[in-house]
Structure formats: structure tokens, C-alpha cells
Design a protein around this ligand. Sequence first.
Ligand code: AMP
Ligand code: ZN
Length: 312
Amino acid sequence: MSSNQNRETRKAKCIACKKSAVVNIMNPFCEKCFLKHYEKRVGNLIKRFKLVSKGDKVLVAVSGGKDSLSCANVLSKLREKYDFELGILHIDVGIPECTNERTLNVVEGFCKEREIIFHFYDLSEFLGAGTSEVARFLRRPLCSLCGMLKRYVFNKFARENGYNKIATGHCADDIARFFFKNWISRDFLWISKLKPITVSAHPKVVTRIRPLYEMLETENLAYVQLQRIPIAGCSRCSYFLRKDKWYDVLRVIDEHKKDFKYNFVKALEVAEIHTRYERDFKECIRCGEPTDGEVCAVCRIKERYDRLKLSV
Ligand code: AMP
Ligand code: ZN
């Protein structure tokens, strides 16, 4: 927040109770009203889209950053109300700038404090090397490789451990960014799935929920700060930030219209995007995981890496 914005926030009054505001993102709020308003908005989305139901087993994928920890915190508060079970999965992706001892400690500590089941997955063990090394070796862009591997692990781990839903910390900023990127590359199938819930389309695919769909990154940051939740580094990995121009584009729009992203995702929630293509899931002939082709992308990566490694 700039010093001008800071000054403005100090002068502003909370729109709910008229006390001095401490946060002024879309509207000015005092601490208590901001937290209440934040949790109410996430709670309303969960209710409107029936993201959780009685008896669900929800696995939250937590990187240790502000978004996924905000998501896990709100879900932990709603456990009793909706009567569902909660577990957290933290993956060490083998990129020391993204996941390390500190991120692990932060996520584990968060779980302990709230009595949430904690799961840890070491991707290097699965791959035989860290994602950085595999990406370098295969000359693959690190971010897309990391994202692909994480999605594979989320689904496989959740299903094998009896979870019927996976929650991620994707927020309005991510959704808007994905939208523009995929719109330009005409990946309408991806866009049609960008909703608060993507219901399983195959017995081996676990339903995805995005409870922070309407929340802004800045709101998530304020939420963890005001809740005094320790976070590890930045939730958005440095590689991603450097490469993604959509981040800059949206930041500029934001400067002119601070409710743009919020109104954008609200519109996307109700938009009906039809596409001629549908994913026709098969099962990978190597690992049995759902895929479009014969051999899934992860098995292909592993095989190429093992082959190249052997040849040096
Ligand atoms: P990203 O791919 O970094 O944009 O992260 C998208 C979402 O994936 C986050 O909001 C988290 O829910 C989840 N996530 C990212 N990194 C990890 C990780 N290392 N372990 C577990 N979940 C993660
Ligand atoms: Zn496979």
C-alpha cells in the first residue's frame, strides 16, 4: 500500500461501524468488521455454490502463502457448521525458493494449532530429483512443469487418501489472469472450468473447490495479517511473477478501477461458456491416473528425465 493510500485509510471510517478504518481495499473497514465481512463473503460463496456438504472430506492444498492459508483458515472455522472433515497437504516441489524447511514449519504449525490433519508430500522422492533440476534437464518452463506436477499430486493424493474434494487458494486475481491467458490462446475448455467448483467428470478425478474465488490477493494478505497467521514468503512464486505479464496488465487496470477483478469474477461465475470440446478422460497405461492420451504428461516427463539422466 502506498503512503497516500495509508493516509487515506487512516482518515476513513469503517463502513459498517464508523470506527477508524485499518483496511481500505474495496471499502474501508475496522479490523473486527473486515474479518467478519471477509469470512462472511467466503461463507456466502461456499453456501451459494454448495462447495461443501455434510460428511465431505476436504483436502486443502497449502503452499504456506497468504492465499492458501486464508482458504484453510476459513474452512477450519466452518468445519463444525457444515460437518465436514479437513486435511491439509503441503508439497515440497523441490524448488528451494518456493518450498523449504520454513514453508513446511509454517504449514505444520498452522495445522497443529487448529487440530487439522497434516500431510506432506516430497515431489523429489517421486521424481528422483527436484522440479528445478528436472525442468533444467528437460529444458521445460519451470512454472508450467511445477503446476502440472502439483495438479497430478493433488488429485492422486486426495483420492488415495479418501478425500472427495480438493480446495485450493486460487483467488480473483488468479482467476482473472487465467481467464485472459487462456482466452488469448483460445483454450475455452479451460475457461469453461474456471468456476468456484469443478465437479468430478471421472471416477478418478476429485472435485475441485475454490472458496476464495471472489477474494482479492490484497484482501487475503490483510486477512492473514489481521488474524496474525504466520505465512512463509510469497504465495506467488518468484518465477511466476517474473514471467507473467498478465499480472502487470491487471495491476494497471486495478489502479484505475479497484473493483474490476471482483466484478470480473462475479460475471464469470454466471457466464455460460460452451465449447465443442470436452475432455475425454482415459487412464494412463503406466500409472493409471486420468489423462487425455495413452500415457499421462507426468509419466512422460518421468520417462524422459530417467532416459536422459541415464545417457549422461
Ligand atoms: P500456484 O500454482 O502457485 O498458483 O498455486 C495455486 C494453488 O495451489 C495455491 O493456492 C495452493 O492451494 C496450491 N499450492 C501451490 N503450491 C503448493 C504446494 N507447494 N503445496 C500444496 N499446495 C500448493
Ligand atoms: Zn501416468
